[in-house]
Design a protein around this ligand. Structure first.
Ligand code: DX5
Ligand code: ZN
Length: 220
């Protein structure tokens, strides 16, 4: 994909004012809203569930990219689909029957993403790549915003680019964790189609120009 998709994460927003955070994301010119769901089990932190997605859905028309950092994702996908998620991404490490889960997400009429944490190799999801619309590469250990990026994870983006080309597949490559103005061009050049940005977006004074910088006309 030539045009980058930028998805600010509401994890770094003020949780008492999420509606205006979503409006701010759309008004700044972002493409998607990224929503990080944490259960206190797959990751130590707890954030929010499907009700939050449903309540926020009315604040924008841009797609909701729901990133499930939860155990037993199969128990909750219907609720997130009903709430208005457009993409539902689960962690490969949290699901034994990944193919069944992808089918269930598709049967709910949603696009499906699969994600891996920094310690998981691309080979773990190799046979799932043909079935998903999105692959999310975590470049920090999941569970919190504002962490420093783990740069060697970019090699996984390059591996996915190569596999996608070789097998003529269509999944989008998403990168999540520690993305900022300095490393966004590297992520894009490695092959990322989607840049997720939490703390860097919400800390930026001028969010429009921050997004323009991230769009990085010079790369690719
Ligand atoms: C981390 C989340 C990320 C997080 C990114 O567990 O999956 O989406 O919000 O935040 P930054 O950009 O601050 O690393
Ligand atoms: Zn995320």
């Amino acid at each position: 994909m030539d045009k980058v998709i930028i998805a600010p994460s509401i994890l770094s927003a003020d949780f008492s004012n999420m509606g205006s955070a979503v409006r701010e994301i759309e008004n700044a010119g972002a493409d998607w809203v990224h929503a990080d769901v944490m259960d206190g089990r797959f990751v130590p932190a707890i954030t929010f569930g499907p009700k939050m997605i449903g309540d926020l859905r009315v604040f924008t028309k841009i797609p909701f990219d729901v990133h499930l950092m939860i155990e037993e994702p199969e128990k909750h996908i219907a609720a997130f689909a009903d709430a208005g998620a457009d993409y539902i991404t689960f962690h490969a490490e949290a699901s034994i029957h990944q193919h069944r889960l992808v089918q269930e997400i598709h049967n709910l009429g949603k696009k499906c993403g699969i994600s891996i944490v920094p310690s998981t190799p691309v080979s773990l999801i190799d046979c799932m790549l043909q079935f998903v619309e999105l692959v999310l590469i975590m470049t920090v250990n999941p569970g919190a915003g504002g962490q420093k990026i783990i740069m060697p994870c970019f090699e996984k983006i390059e591996t996915l680019m190569r596999i996608r080309k070789e097998r003529n597949l269509n999944f989008l490559i998403s990168v999540d964790g520690g993305i900022n103005e300095a490393n966004a061009p590297l992520a894009r050049n490695a092959g990322a189609d989607i840049l997720i940005t939490g703390s860097a977006f919400f800390n930026a004074h001028d969010k429009k120009s921050f997004l323009e910088t991230l769009r990085c006309t010079n790369c690719r």
